[in-house]
Design a protein around this ligand. Structure first.
Ligand SMILES: [Fe+2]
Ligand SMILES: [Fe+2]
Length: 139
């Protein structure tokens, strides 16, 4: 049983973005598993690093799509990405210097962070992008 499952409700129907979201959920599941198994802090930090690198890559992909299609909400969406990255990097730094440990509260925070963004802000973006990319309706 996964900690966070990628389901139909999480899809925004842009295949490249859905695939990246699915991978992000998987990385978070790995972090959850490592925590349950009581793996060493260094192993968990490594997964956390992967999560951040992959998140930054993913945000770049979305921002590229939004710019290409001249998404009017681009600035707000980008701001949300920057805030999320900032929060995650700050947590990561706290782990690295030992002032925080991976807890279930933290995993819950990351879980909410991913779900809220993908099911809210990203969904609105997806609706806009699909309409633009499918072209004007022929009727
Ligand atoms: Fe996203
Ligand atoms: Fe996004």
């Amino acid at each position: 049983m996964s900690f966070i499952s990628f389901t139909k409700e999480n899809m925004i129907h842009i295949p490249e973005i859905d695939e990246q979201h699915r991978n992000l959920f998987e990385i978070l599941n790995m972090m959850h598993t490592a925590t349950i198994e009581g793996q060493e802090q260094s192993a968990i930090v490594k997964i956390f690093d992967d999560l951040i690198v992959y998140t930054v890559e993913h945000f770049d992909t979305e921002e590229k799509f939004m710019q290409e299609q001249k998404y009017p909400e681009y600035e707000n969406h980008k701001k949300e990405h920057d805030e999320l990255t900032g929060q995650a990097v700050k947590l990561q730094e706290q782990f690295k210097d030992g002032s925080a440990t991976v807890t279930f509260e933290l995993l819950d925070f990351l879980n909410g962070w991913l779900k809220d963004h993908t099911m809210g802000t990203d969904r609105d973006m997806g609706n806009f992008l699909r309409e633009k990319m499918d072209g004007p309706s022929s009727t």
